[in-house]
Design a protein around this ligand. Structure first.
Ligand SMILES: [Zn+2]
Ligand SMILES: [Zn+2]
Length: 516
């Protein structure tokens, strides 16, 4: 059984409505671990719904959290905002309402592309509207108990006079620099490192925030969360998940949500992701370079407790090929091979939208990588594809849209991540040449041969190899002559396929010019 079904069935043992939560603090580029969290939850959510369960999928952006430091990706002027809630800080590019919006907005809209549409909650709004007020009062009334739980489990000592509430200084607007001096319902008196002294009324929303270890369990109760996956970094012994489970049960009188610890996504050659160091690949970038169904497949095809290595280089080809093969097997176009587990469910969960009734049209991904560097835009590519018979003349709207969308991902990948070896540009003018005598002989005889063949990849491939054989020229030398005259470089994409997409007349003319 697929892991999402196993988890869903476990949840369905209780008859109540399931609330599946995911969360994030949008303090920087949203990292790909969060992509795993949200897609893992989406898988369980979809499984629950398919099994007839009542379920809700929510996404909580903790945008009332303070800016912890000036991260490497921020200008130094952000020093002045450290300690302020990220919903209250200006956005770095000037186009968004706040710092939090800057990182969250585009991520949330890109989620639509992968077919995830959770109900979004924003902590700053919940605090300001007073939705946390009851939880805050309960926490403050149980200060000693909470303190004991945190100290026992996390083995930390909290300062004397600690309260489970961080007051927002009304002068410097920072959360992290105040110290409570007295709590007497409904008032907290405080001093701040900026020199300010003041008092807040906790019946008013937005005057402060529960510390993270209390905020999380309070939110479970408020939103009636029954399931929330958690990255392995937070699920450590003595970590926030452990203290949260005790606090929600003992203070808020609510059972802790089912736990699922998911492993990291590692970037090939780079190790674990650290968004705070600014070295991570962001979730958005991962989505921009990977077709959505393939990104989903990567998550769905791996048990959550297994780490995933994501290769943003050539490995991306193999991943897309693997997905395409899965698709062919799903539609019985190809035989199942060993190691394909839970194939049907994995494929279904990989679909951002409805599952196609007929097998979607496929074009090998590496062909798209070649084509997009020949064609200038989708329309030009489509002309080439139709002229060469690679796509049917009457290709359906959805198949065309699917291909077009894939080319956008290929383009992003080529612009940002692709290794140099796959890049090329067809030279409109003959590039400066240094051909050897034998290369010229090879080209001359190749030109004779290709004028007699059908202009398709296989015949071109055969013509090249026959000519190499006939003229007794080294394979590398022959190919390099071809690439040099067309691309101005020593290497290039698979020649048969590549040349078949270019106009035959253009090639014949170019060779003739080169051997003059
Ligand atoms: Zn912005
Ligand atoms: Zn202050």
């Amino acid at each position: 059984m697929h892991w999402a079904d196993v988890l869903a069935e476990k949840l369905l043992q209780s008859k109540k409505k399931q609330v599946l939560a995911t969360g994030i603090t949008p303090s920087g580029p949203i990292h790909i671990g969060n992509m795993r969290e949200i897609l893992t939850t989406d898988a369980v959510y979809r499984s629950l719904v398919t099994k007839g369960g009542k379920a809700e999928f929510i996404y909580i952006a903790d945008d009332f959290d303070p800016l912890r430091k000036v991260y490497p990706y921020l200008p130094t002027s952000y020093e002045q905002y450290v300690g302020q809630p990220i919903s209250e800080i200006p956005c770095p590019c000037g186009k968004h309402q706040s710092y939090a919006d800057h990182y969250l907005g585009s991520f949330l809209s890109s989620l639509q592309e992968i077919g995830v549409e959770p109900q979004v909650y924003r902590a700053n709004e919940m605090y300001k509207k007073g939705e946390y007020n009851e939880a805050i009062q309960i926490a403050l009334d149980n200060t000693e108990k909470i303190k004991k739980i945190i100290e026992t489990i996390s083995k930390r000592t909290l300062p004397k006079g600690w309260l489970p509430f961080n007051v927002l200084c009304n002068k410097c607007k920072r959360l992290s620099y105040t110290k409570p001096t007295l709590y007497e319902y409904p008032f907290i008196e405080y001093t701040c490192e900026c020199g300010n002294e003041g008092e807040v009324d906790i019946r008013k929303g937005g005057v402060g925030k529960l510390p993270w270890r209390v905020d999380w369990p309070a939110r479970w109760k408020m939103l009636q969360v029954t399931f929330e996956p958690c990255g392995k970094d937070l699920a450590t012994v003595g970590g926030a998940r452990d203290t949260g489970a005790r606090i929600v049960e003992e203070i808020y009188n609510y059972p802790h949500p089912a736990l699922l610890v998911y492993e990291f996504i590692l970037l090939k050659g780079k190790g674990a992701m650290h968004s705070s160091k600014g070295t991570a690949l962001s979730a958005e970038e991962m989505l921009q370079m990977t077709p959505p169904e393939v990104l989903r497949y990567l998550i769905m095809n791996n048990q959550p407790n297994k780490h995933i290595v994501f290769d943003s280089g050539l490995g991306l080809f193999n991943l897309v090929d693997e997905y395409d093969k899965q698709e062919r097997v799903y539609f019985n176009v190809e035989e199942k091979t060993k190691g394909m587990k839970d194939l049907k469910k994995t494929y279904e969960l990989s679909q951002p939208e409805l599952i196609s009734k007929t097998p979607p049209f496929q074009l090998p991904y590496r062909h798209l990588v070649t084509l997009i560097q020949i064609g200038k835009n989708w329309n030009h590519m489509k002309q080439i594809l139709q002229r060469t018979g690679q796509i049917p003349k009457n290709i359906s709207k959805s198949d065309e849209e699917h291909l077009r969308q894939r080319t956008e991902h290929v383009q992003y990948w080529l612009d940002h991540f692709a290794p140099e070896v796959v890049k090329f540009r067809v030279q409109e003018q003959m590039p400066p040449l240094m051909l050897t005598k034998e290369q010229k002989i090879f080209l001359q005889s190749l030109n004779l041969k290709i004028s007699q063949i059908n202009w398709d990849p296989e015949e071109i491939h055969n013509a090249i190899y026959e000519t190499l054989e006939q003229e007794k020229i080294q394979t590398a030398s022959g190919f390099s002559a071809l690439y040099k005259i067309i691309l101005g470089q020593e290497k290039g994409p698979r020649a048969g396929y590549f040349l078949s997409n270019l106009d035959k007349k253009f090639i014949v003319k170019r060779i003739a010019e080169a051997i003059k």
